[in-house]
Design a protein around this ligand. Structure first.
Ligand code: GLP
Length: 252
């Protein structure tokens, strides 16, 4: 395990996926133990699944207590029913919340409705994060486009929770899970970059060779909304947790 300071974010490289997940899970557990009413920002995708499994294990075997914790997920497809097997709501329930004692968990509402209602709900989501005391730790994955949450290229540092249009690359990457690209929604509701940057600590996880190129472009390239993950470099407490494959193109 090594930590390198690269223009802002701290980069931690773990030998393998399990070690990476252990480090991130232990950071989360530390926060939950020291602040029982902690607010966590959570992500979907394959990357954080190992972290959720470890947190569930800690709850079972050590009694890690989530009863005072509040969570806010980054995003949800739109339109999307919470009961759909493709919903992030269901994903979070199956991967984490069915296994721990957290009752205040929030995922943006993907149910189909009018634009006015969506906008009001997005404002309420932001307000709920604020009312909970702000996010102590935000977990992020990274998309091939450099997206964080569903903040696709073009999302600037001032963006807040809103309805977004998915990049064609993101839809292609999701196609297999949906049984064909024609079934992947074109839109989503996502926290904005500003919402993410308000978090007190940010942990971006990336694993596998498929992420090596975007990780390298993010860490070495200029800060630009063309690669939204680069905007994290403006945050003073951002950590990139990578396995050796995702770190492949980084100049140590
Ligand atoms: C989706 C999610 C992102 C996630 C990304 C990467 O697009 N909206 O929040 O980071 O996928 O997913 P994976 O971890 O499966 O590579």
């Amino acid at each position: 395990m090594q930590a390198t300071v690269l223009s802002g974010p701290q980069v931690h490289i773990a030998a393998d996926y399990l070690t990476l997940c252990e480090q991130v899970a232990s950071r989360i557990a530390g926060i939950v133990r020291s602040k029982p009413n902690a607010v966590l920002g959570l992500a979907t995708g394959a990357t954080p699944v190992g972290v959720y499994r470890l947190l569930a294990e800690m709850h079972r075997s050590e009694g890690l207590d989530f009863s005072g914790v509040t969570t806010f997920n980054l995003d949800e497809y739109y339109p999307m029913s919470p009961d759909s097997p493709h919903s992030y709501h269901r994903f979070m329930d199956e991967q984490l919340f069915a296994h721990i004692n957290c009752r205040r968990w929030n995922v943006p509402d993907g149910r189909e409705r009018g634009m006015d209602e969506i906008e009001a709900d997005c404002r309420r989501y932001e307000q709920a994060i604020h009312d909970a005391g702000g996010i102590d730790l935000q977990i992020l994955g990274i998309g091939q486009t450099g997206h964080i949450g569903f903040n696709e290229p073009g999302s600037d540092a001032a963006t807040r929770t809103r309805l977004v249009t998915l990049d064609p690359v993101t839809r292609e990457n999701a196609a297999e899970g949906f049984g064909g690209i024609e079934h992947v929604p074109h839109r989503a509701i996502s926290m904005g970059v500003a919402t993410i940057l308000d978090s007190r600590e940010i942990v971006l996880m990336a694993t596998g060779r498929g992420k090596a190129d975007i990780v390298q472009r993010t860490l070495s390239g200029p800060v630009t909304s063309a690669v939204p993950a680069t905007l994290l470099k403006r945050h003073t407490n951002t950590h990139f947790w990578l396995d050796t494959d995702a770190a492949h193109f980084l100049d140590r």
